[in-house]
Design a protein around this ligand. Structure first.
Ligand code: SF4
Ligand code: SF4
Length: 147
């Protein structure tokens, strides 16, 4: 899923690193040279074996493209992740924090019940709510066929 807002590109990507790649500061360089932010959602990296990372990457469109080129130049394959957001209904405490950030109103407050409603049909899986939820009720479900 990809989202562009205020010229900021945000995507959740699956990266596959060639064997013998561990220990090289690829992700640090990506952040440092291209001013991209990343948030690792899932990782599987073993010495001398192919490594996999699922991460949310964001930054300006121009730097985003340069960052992708940098990864490809280093032999890292990139795939978009088919993923979706789900809510753990037992964990949600209906604090309302996520409703202020949700760009599509997929999360909204029911003023009568004071409960936060989640309409999955409106969700674009931008991931904003997963970063603010204090009890980690909002989760990115990464496609397990990638592993
Ligand atoms: S931030 Fe988390 S706990 Fe608060 S309403 Fe949203 S999903 Fe529920
Ligand atoms: S990921 Fe969260 S913040 Fe983003 S659209 Fe979906 S519910 Fe709203």
């Amino acid at each position: 899923m990809t989202e562009t807002q205020n010229n900021v590109r945000r995507s959740i990507l699956a990266l596959t690193f060639p064997p013998l790649f561990s220990g090289r500061p690829i992700m640090c360089n990506l952040a440092k040279h291209y001013e991209l932010d990343f948030n690792i959602l899932k990782a599987s990296i073993s010495p001398r074996r192919e490594g996999k990372l699922v991460l949310e990457l964001s930054g300006s469109e121009e730097e985003f493209q340069k960052g992708l080129s940098y990864l490809k130049e280093h032999g890292i394959s990139i795939a978009k992740v088919s993923q979706q957001i789900s809510r753990d209904e037992d964990s949600c405490v209906h604090c309302g924090l996520c409703t202020a950030l949700c760009p599509t109103q997929a999360l909204s407050l029911d003023h009568e019940t004071r409960h936060v409603l989640f309409d999955v049909e409106k969700c674009t899986a931008c991931g904003a709510c997963t970063r603010v939820c204090p009890v980690h009720a909002m989760r990115v479900d990464v496609d397990d066929t990638l592993w």
